[in-house]
Design a protein around this ligand. Structure first.
Ligand SMILES: [Fe+2]
Ligand SMILES: [Fe+2]
Length: 729
């Protein structure tokens, strides 16, 4: 029991404190009585009523005694003020009043006093009334403390659950495996409030491989076998393998006391690093099918208040198990998506390789164009200034989209007939029809010889017959040589050449055999319309007949919705002999030229049928615009500058450069590097290709890098790139 001046007491440290107000005259006596009767309190006397409120706010008082008979106290003013700050159960106010102060006392009770003790004080009154008031206060305080604790636990739990929800959302969006693993580890460490962690992933060889850990060092290469490699038995020796094999969480409070599992690895790690591992929590990650795909392992739980290492508390383990389940689903989904992407890309690569393999005329075009396009795109992304500075592929998906587009850029060639792609002479179909025509020359020669022999048999002039035959023979040989030369398509045809073909073609021969026998069903149907004259029939040496024409079926006209703006020949093919031999330049008819170019329409048709996911939506654009030009004269849609994206322009440059430099095409001699760049430069000047992309192609050195890798050494000559750089003339 103390009785010291208030100013000497450190109130905040007193255990039970009572504040007593009374006047100078009565105060000390009341203080003595209270302390005598209720000796568990230190009672502090105040004789200045103005100090009551400041002292209550300053100290942690358990009860307030107010002597309402004391001088200077205005309870009507004081009590509402006190109750504004302290509720009834929080601060009991006991009035000390004389029996004559009943009215004042009742008014004070109305204003918020708890109870009263009538003076003179008795031990019973003081003890009982203070005890009751304080018991009530005690209950209230306990209740409030319990409520506060509960609220705090709910808050912490809610925060952790929110963390789990946020984490789940983040994981469902994350597309990078490394970032996902780092996130899982970080979130687990936050949930558990622990010192570190590691993620192991189950390999295809049934072992655990280090995937990531919080410790910033090189990951160990060793893998932990889930099965004994010799006996094939399940390996439950370690907490990690046990958790993975049985899909069960393992809690170890102290690795140095652990009897169930071998913790020698952890202990060896401690010796090596000077770290001290104590508690260990191992949680399996298993997606929906229950198959464990990895392990989360956390070390050394830390007490939130002190930071001391403690065992992992049970109540957070289930939250980490929830995190592990979420992580497993996210990882599983990511693996599925990665697997799908890899499979899709492989199939596309196989398709591109198959097109290349199908025809030597394509060489390695479908495989090399994507490589060159990627090199150029990478160079473009590195630009920090100039016209391409703004261009960038920001995500791995955007790179994938471009790569897939490049791989598919000529996929329509799968539908182009080989004989058209490879048509090396004008009369080529599935075979070179020059032999059929040569055979007719043979027939004509023999007919001439027969006529000579008939003249001799009929007793005609030998010399004249021989001379006539020799002239006819020489003419036939000359004419055939001319026709055979026209067939090669080496030179541009002069109108007089075409006239000579027609004149030669007018020679006739007699056909004794039915030319409708031995035909395919398709040819038979196509030839039905032709006249079938009686045999023998006079045939021209060369002719354009109805049977040579393959009409265009309705399904070979592009759907108007595709926006194709190409001149489509009326017929699909025209095999007319004079028609083909008269091809002005090269070996292809207009129909065949269209057929070749039609590969891009077929590419569009094929890609239209593929339901690309969102992240591959631009694949058709990247795959189908490489024949468009800035001046709007390209094909198939005659797009213009405003329609062509940077990736589309990159594709055009890659496609042309590969095609003209390729050394593996049987039909042409490859251009030298300088010649190829000259061609591209002309195309730039003619606004076929993008000048900025072409300049980047030169200045970045991509042209050289690609040339060194794929061109023949003799193709690589000296190039002055500055000859081609700068504005178009
Ligand atoms: Fe193409
Ligand atoms: Fe191409």
């Amino acid at each position: 029991m103390n009785s010291v001046p208030l100013s000497d007491i450190n109130i905040s440290q007193a255990h039970h404190l009572a504040l007593l107000f009374s006047d100078v005259a009565a105060g000390p006596g009341l203080q003595r009585s209270i302390e005598a009767f209720a000796n568990q309190y230190d009672t502090y006397l105040l004789t200045d009523a103005e100090q009551i409120m400041p002292e209550l706010l300053r100290g942690n008082f358990d009860v307030l005694f107010l002597d309402i008979d004391g001088e200077g106290l205005d309870v009507d003013k004081l009590l509402p003020l006190v109750r504004q700050q302290f509720s009834l159960p929080e601060l009991p106010i006991l009035l000390l009043s004389s029996p004559l102060s009943e009215v004042k006392r009742n008014a004070a009770l109305d204003k918020g006093a708890t109870d009263f003790i009538t003076k003179p004080l008795t031990a019973n009154d003081v003890v009982l009334k203070t005890r009751n008031a304080l018991a009530f206060r005690h209950c209230f305080k306990n209740h409030r403390a319990a409520r506060d604790l509960l609220e705090q636990q709910v808050r912490i739990r809610t925060a952790k659950l929110n963390m789990l929800i946020d984490s789940g959302l983040m994981m469902s969006r994350e597309k990078s495996r490394d970032r996902l693993l780092a996130h899982i580890l970080r979130e687990g460490q936050k949930l558990l409030h622990c010192d570190g962690g590691t993620i192991f992933l189950v390999t295809q060889n049934k072992s655990l491989r280090f995937a990531i850990r919080t410790r910033d060092d090189v990951l160990p290469f060793e893998e932990i076998e889930l099965y004994d490699p010799v006996s094939g038995k399940i390996n439950d020796r370690y907490a990690s393998t046990y958790a993975a094999n049985h899909n069960k969480t393992v809690i170890i409070n102290n690795v140095y006391d652990e009897q169930r599992f071998d913790c020698s690895g952890t202990q060896a790690f401690d010796i090596k690093t000077g770290y001290r591992t104590v508690s260990l929590l191992t949680v399996p990650m298993a997606p929906r099918n229950g198959q464990v795909i990895g392990i989360l392992q956390f070390i050394n739980a830390l007490a939130p208040e002190t930071g001391a290492v403690i065992p992992f508390p049970d109540d957070v383990v289930e939250l980490v198990e929830a995190l592990a389940a979420q992580s497993a689903v996210a990882l599983d989904n990511l693996q599925l998506i990665e697997g799908q992407k890899a499979t899709t890309e492989s199939i596309i690569r196989v398709l591109a390789s198959a097109i290349d393999t199908k025809s030597p005329h394509t060489g390695h075009h479908c495989v090399r164009v994507p490589e060159l396009a990627m090199m150029l795109a990478e160079a473009a992304c590195k630009q920090t200034q100039g016209p391409l500075a703004h261009f960038n592929f920001e995500s791995e998906d955007q790179w994938l989209e471009f790569r897939v587009g490049a791989w598919l850029h000529d996929c329509g060639k799968v539908t182009t007939p080989e004989y058209v792609i490879e048509k090396a002479t004008k009369l080529d179909m599935l075979f070179n029809r020059i032999h059929e025509i040569r055979m007719r020359f043979e027939v004509l020669l023999r007919d001439a010889n027969i006529r000579r022999l008939e003249t001799l048999l009929e007793g005609g002039n030998d010399l004249e017959a021989d001379q006539k035959f020799d002239r006819e023979k020489a003419e036939l040989i000359r004419d055939f040589a001319f026709i055979a030369d026209c067939n090669m398509g080496r030179e541009s045809m002069h109108p007089s050449d075409c006239e000579r073909i027609r004149t030669i073609g007018e020679k006739t021969w007699l056909r004794y055999f039915d030319d409708t026998l031995g035909l395919s069903q398709q040819d038979t149907m196509r030839l039905q319309a032709d006249d079938k004259p009686a045999l023998p029939v006079t045939e021209q040496l060369l002719s354009d007949k109805p049977k040579h024409i393959v009409p265009r079926p309705p399904n070979k006209v592009p759907d108007p919705a595709l926006g194709i703006k190409m001149n489509i020949p009326e017929n699909m093919f025209n095999y007319g002999e004079i028609y083909n031999l008269s091809i002005q330049k090269g070996t292809l008819t207009a129909e065949e030229r269209y057929k070749i170019n039609e590969h891009i329409i077929e590419t569009i048709n094929l890609l239209e049928k593929i339901p690309f996911p969102d992240f591959l939506q631009r694949v058709p654009e990247y795959a189908t615009t490489h024949h468009e030009t800035l001046d709007g004269r390209g094909y198939p849609r005659k797009l213009t500058e405003k329609d062509l994206s940077i990736p589309a322009r990159i594709m055009a440059v890659a496609d042309i450069f590969e095609a003209i430099t390729a050394s593996d095409r049987p039909y042409k001699k490859p251009y030298k590097l300088s010649e190829s760049l000259k061609i591209l430069s002309n195309m730039k000047n003619n606004r076929h290709i993008d000048p900025d992309v072409f300049e980047l192609f030169l200045t970045s050195g991509v042209y050289k890098e690609f040339a060194v890798k794929y061109l023949l050494p003799e193709q690589i000559d000296d190039v002055d790139i500055y000859e081609f750089i700068g504005p178009s003339p």
